[in-house]
Ligand binder design. Structure first.
Ligand code: GLN
Length: 303
């Protein structure tokens, strides 16, 4: 359906692909080929249009924060906001500074500190959070091959000193209830989950469909919760570039440091792009450009 448009975008962004820098603070990510680029659009009827490396799997990293937030929000509803805020941080995703000023309550669930609190909540709520998370993703994308990447999870564990600092600091303020090692282990695993553009595009469709998974008709979030989760993606999903993303792309979205960005247009579609080279905010450079072109050429926007 969008094949011609995607081809046009692909041709136009060729000079942008590879610009930026592949994340190297997680050693297992640094060998990714910066020239890779994939895009998938999935409409509300679950018709998928893809181009480039859309079948290539990559670690979803911070995109996982949307799925863990959904699982926690589903159970706790607005009680969740006692432990994490919903304001944009205006700071890098792994910043420590704000956390000290704000007594260990992270600004939002999409920066690392906030996601670590959500991970802690899932450990308290679930007997087997790792398996439950994978099962949830399999259900969302209607596929069975979703796994953790043990090499990436281990690499993050060995080099995750900043995340360890964040979780320990919050523990000292009583905002982490479980063992810090357990929280970090689940967090690194959720970041390591391997998915491709098509699987991610399908998985985000419930957020474009008022909280209901289109292929199974199963409700994941209430209509109001889905609307609110989208609001948080819009204001916080791209960290300290969320304003730019709203301005240039005009859709709620979420990025990850392996170069994926997923975005949704309510009642219409979900789009995932992937290209590993990042801009200085930790968001895919070519991915941002592609989404900007997509919404500019189609005129699609939530505004
Ligand atoms: N695993 C990464 C980290 O914790 C996730 C960050 C991201 O994708 N922005 O640093």
């Amino acid at each position: 359906m969008y094949q011609k448009l995607l081809e046009e975008i692909y041709a136009e962004i060729q000079p942008e692909i590879g610009k930026g820098k592949v994340a190297d603070y997680i050693p297992a990510l640094k060998n990714a080929d910066p020239k890779q680029f994939g895009i998938s659009v999935c409409n509300i009827n679950q018709e998928v249009t893809s181009l480039g490396d859309a079948q290539q799997r990559f670690s979803i990293q911070s995109i996982s924060k949307v799925f863990t937030l959904t699982m926690a929000f589903q159970v706790l509803g607005d009680k969740l906001w006692e432990r994490v805020g919903k304001e944009p941080s205006g700071n890098p995703f792994n910043s420590l500074i704000q956390l000290e000023r704000e007594n260990g309550i992270p600004r939002n669930p999409f920066i690392n500190a906030g996601a670590l609190v959500i991970t802690d909540i899932l450990i308290s709520l679930l007997d087997n959070p790792k398996q439950d998370l994978l099962s949830f993703l399999k259900e969302l994308c209607n596929c069975s091959n979703i796994h953790f990447d043990p090499v990436i999870a281990q690499s993050e564990k060995e080099h995750g000193f900043t995340n360890a600092a964040l979780v320990n600091y919050m523990k000292s303020h009583g905002n982490i209830k479980n063992d810090v090692e357990e929280v970090l282990d689940l967090y690194f695993h959720q970041c390591s989950i391997l998915m491709n553009c098509e699987q991610l595009a399908k998985s985000f469709l419930f957020l474009a469909n008022h909280g209901v998974i289109p292929h199974s008709n199963q409700r994941v979030l209430t209509r109001s919760q889905a609307k609110r989760l989208n609001a948080i993606m819009l204001s916080c999903g791209l960290y300290d570039q969320a304003g730019d993303f709203a301005y240039l792309v005009g859709l709620p979205g979420k990025s990850g440091v392996a170069g994926g960005i997923s975005a949704i247009m309510p009642e219409q579609m979900s789009i995932t792009v992937w290209s590993p080279a990042l801009n200085r905010h930790g968001n895919s450079h070519a991915g941002m450009k592609a989404l900007e072109l997509f919404t500019t050429k189609t005129g699609i926007s939530i505004f």
